[in-house]
Ligand binder design. Structure first.
Ligand SMILES: NC(=O)c1ccc[n+]([C@@H]2O[C@H](COP(=O)([O-])OP(=O)(O)OC[C@H]3O[C@@H](n4cnc5c(N)ncnc54)[C@H](OP(=O)(O)O)[C@@H]3O)[C@@H](O)[C@H]2O)c1
Length: 257
């Protein structure tokens, strides 16, 4: 089984500038390369500034995991002066800041309700060249259905709200508990993702692999139209069909003979 480190080694071609520039948009590549090569933190080749907006189930699950991998993580919240949150962030080894602090990061993670995205992106500052990881699911109040689909998606709407950023739909098809602990014995849970830019997709996949998932690309951002109903499937199984939170939806491969 491949470990996250193996996966990153498999992506070593990303440092071959010629091949890299030939296969991705130059603008995003120019943004991504220096950051991929930055040498600080535990994961010396891949340390990034990550602004996780929202300190609910998802934000609390993701932030400390990435901090353990050497990234500089800021939890961006509405009340950064709250003493309890400050204490919690310190225990996670992450910074606490206002939503506007996300604009200072290279990667912005939307761990907020979809209904809050428009307001939050307005407060986050200049998003040019940023990588936005969209974890949101456009669900109704009682989590029984999606509020949009199947001819549009939250992922695409977010890309329209942030046209100068690169949006990757990811981390929406697993419960927060899997983000903290995706260990199912000898099995790594699949994390599907979708985005239009190969370099952005690769970084998103690496960040998911660091959490312990097996990232699998579904295609362009438009595929969010499939990932959001897949998340709804997970939610229905978890909440209405008695599966609880200790399961994942997986790609299972036949062993090679
Ligand atoms: N829960 C899961 O297992 C799971 C899994 C995959 C994807 N998702 C998706 O991920 C997103 C977050 O889910 P969650 O379970 O973490 O939600 P949650 O526990 O309700 O937390 C939501 C967070 O968003 C913040 N927030 C809400 N409105 C905001 C605004 N206008 N400005 C700034 N922050 C705002 C809240 O801040 P306050 O603390 O200040 O209220 C809270 O910290 C949702 O879109 C959900 O569909 C959830």
């Amino acid at each position: 089984m491949r470990t996250p480190a193996d996966l990153f080694r498999g992506n070593a071609a990303i440092f071959d500038c010629e091949r890299f520039y030939s296969c991705v948009g130059a603008t995003f590549a120019a943004w991504a390369l220096p950051r991929l090569a930055r040498s600080d933190g535990k994961n010396k080749e891949f340390a990034m500034r990550i602004g996780v907006i929202g300190m609910g189930n998802v934000g609390r699950a993701l932030a400390p995991q990435w901090a353990k991998h050497g990234h500089q993580v800021t939890l961006c919240v509405r009340d950064p002066a709250d003493p309890q949150r400050m204490e919690e962030a310190a225990a996670m080894n992450v910074k606490l800041g206002p939503v506007s602090a996300a604009g200072m990061c290279e990667v912005i993670v939307l761990a907020i309700p979809f209904t809050a995205v428009s307001e939050v992106l307005r407060s986050a500052g200049d998003l040019t060249g940023k990588l936005i990881l969209d974890c949101t699911n456009p669900v109704n109040q009682d989590l029984s259905d999606l509020t949009m689909g199947y001819d549009r998606s939250a992922g695409e709407e977010i890309a329209q709200l942030a046209p100068t950023a690169q949006v990757v739909k990811i981390l929406n098809t697993n419960g927060a508990k899997n983000m903290t602990d995706p260990d199912y014995g000898d099995h790594r849970v699949t994390m599907f993702y979708a985005g239009d830019d190969p370099a952005a997709n690769r970084i998103a996949a690496q960040l998911a692999a660091e959490l312990g998932f097996e990232p699998i690309e579904l295609g362009p951002l438009k595929m969010s139209r499939l990932l959001e109903p897949l998340a709804m499937t997970w939610i229905i199984l978890a909440r209405h069909r008695g599966l609880g939170r200790d399961f994942g939806i997986d790609v299972v491969r036949r062993p090679q003979k």
